[in-house]
Design a binder for this molecule. Sequence first.
Ligand code: DGY
Length: 321
Amino acid sequence: MSKKPVILVTRKLPDAVEDRLKRDYEPMLNPNDTLYSADEIIKMASKADAILPCHTEKFTSEVIARLPDSIKAIANFSVGVDHVDLQAARDKGLIVTNTPDVLSDATAETALLLLLGAARRAGEGEALVRQQQWKDWSPSFMVGVQVTGKRLGIVGMGRVGQVVARRARGFDMNIHYHNRSRLSPDLEDGATFYDQLDDLLPHCEFLSLNCPNTPETVGLLNAERIARLPDGAIVINTARGTVVDDEALIAALKSGKLAAAGLDVFNNEPDIHPAYRSLKNTFLLPHIGSATRETRNAMGFRALDNLDAIFAGREPGDRVA
Ligand code: DGY
């Protein structure tokens, strides 16, 4: 029997995924879930045929150039691939895959959680209860913004954006969106399309960021764009922190231009801009968009499907480079 391919797995994966890895491969597992440095990954990779990383490991062009020739593929446990320099991978002849589709529902759930949490001041309210600071009920106590029937603008109407729209319709929200291209009428489902992001913004009582991190989207929500939002708008981000200009968002939250923000992703995670923590009108989560048992299993199995195809000499379903 030929030797099983060796897979360097950079983080602790769900048990069922590790069981399948052990059955079909020689995995180099990380039972303690240690965050490996680039040097450690490069060293361990000399014994491996492929790497199964998460977005927490950065594969810059320098790292990719230093990977040993034994490595044929980077099969990511993530839909986002902004942590991998795809051109450098192509130049080195590496196959790169991701895990689309399987995390759309979980991420959209998180977007709705943020939307409701930010609008209804859930973080602030929970802290009052936990810290025994809840003294009384009054008509003016903890009054937030109603979600039902409001206009939701979605930037990036890909897989996740479309599920966000469907779930938001359950709250009778009116969907407006900007995307690189207009969706077909069945996918659009009555949503209003704006060819230009700047034209969408004045219509957004809520704004959900669902676009990928690309050079074009870095700093997309900047001071000029925030100024175009209606006063009292609420911003939700489950995409990537890079899409937001932190200083501009924080200034707008401080001035009251924006009523609130619900954020699951940040620049420089987990060392986020400290002002987010001190503001009362932020509802903050630690990048848990895809963190459900079902989705994390599905992401792992999808990464393994890609590896299976690669080592069987077939084209992997989710090839991005
Ligand atoms: C993704 O899959 O891109 C999520 O953000 C987790 O990495």
